[in-house]
Design a protein around this ligand. Structure first.
Ligand code: KIV
Length: 267
């Protein structure tokens, strides 16, 4: 039986780094299921990498449920984190409970992820945890608030914002969050928060000292040749590989090299 809360807790206690990758569909989930990666996030980054929007804001609860179902089918052996999309919980704790409950009822996700450190998010974390829904909270650069943050910028650079993020990490831990995602913050702050809370921290652009790391699959596989942020390491060059494969296929069709005799069916 999978239990993301216990798995992550044990990794923090034994100082074992945690790897998380995003995924949005069955085929990639099936491949990731055959790796040692610890956990899969069905992120609202799908707004950008799947739907082609400029932000995560247009993603709906239905989108998250649809993609989470596909990922759960492909990787039943992995713990799956489902993102709560914009406006599924910001309106009230009750709306958040209903949205999280719908995700948990309609998919086999292991937990939900919420962005921010507002009073509502702290209260919702507490209520969901009490109901038996594990909560992963997302601090630092929270993309659903990109319009008030003034862009995709490093957060926690002032003494005041640093102190707030440390304080809120403790509050969210007390409210029952089982892990904290830290996005685009100084490495020293990632280290300080990781040392300040007993639960694991998972970083993206948060430096070397968080309990684990998360990357968007399209980024780590090198599928977008126009995206090179400082925090990213590309582990493959799918953009070139895919363009070459599709180009070779086209050339073969045009010169009648595909299909070959071996690809045809006999009478
Ligand atoms: O939605 C997402 O994919 C995220 C990333 C920061 C990993 O939250």
């Amino acid at each position: 039986m999978k239990n993301i809360t216990l798995e992550f807790k044990k990794k923090k206690e034994t100082n074992t780094p945690i790897s998380v990758i995003t995924c949005y569909d069955y085929s990639f989930a099936k491949l990731f299921a055959q790796t040692e990666v610890d956990s899969i996030l069905v992120g609202d980054s799908m707004g950008m990498v799947i739907q082609g929007h400029g932000s995560t804001i247009p993603v709906t609860l239905e989108d998250i449920i649809y993609h989470t179902k596909a990922v759960c089918k492909g990787a039943p052996n992995k713990t799956i984190i489902a993102d709560m999309p914009f406006l599924s919980y910001q309106t009230s704790v009750e709306d958040g409970i209903r949205a999280a409950g719908t995700i948990m009822k309609e998919t086999t996700a292991d937990c939900v992820k919420l962005e921010g450190d507002s009073k509502l998010v702290v209260e919702l974390t507490h209520r969901l945890n009490e109901m038996g829904v594990p909560v992963f909270v997302h601090l630092g650069l929270t993309p659903q608030s990109v319009n008030t943050l003034g862009g995709y910028k490093v957060q926690g650079k002032t003494a005041e914002s640093r102190a707030r993020m440390i304080q809120k990490s403790k509050e969210l831990t007390d409210a029952g969050a089982f892990a904290i995602l830290l996005e685009m913050i100084p490495e020293s702050l990632g280290k300080e928060i990781t040392e300040a809370v007993p639960i694991p921290t998972i970083g993206i652009g948060a430096g070397r000292y968080t309990s684990g790391q998360v990357l968007v699959m399209q980024d780590l596989l090198g599928m977008n040749d126009e995206f090179h942020p400082k925090f990213l390491k590309k582990y493959a060059n799918f953009a070139d590989d895919i363009k070459k494969a599709v180009g070779d296929y086209h050339d073969d069709v045009v010169r009648r090299a595909f299909p070959g005799e071996e690809n045809g069916f006999k009478d």
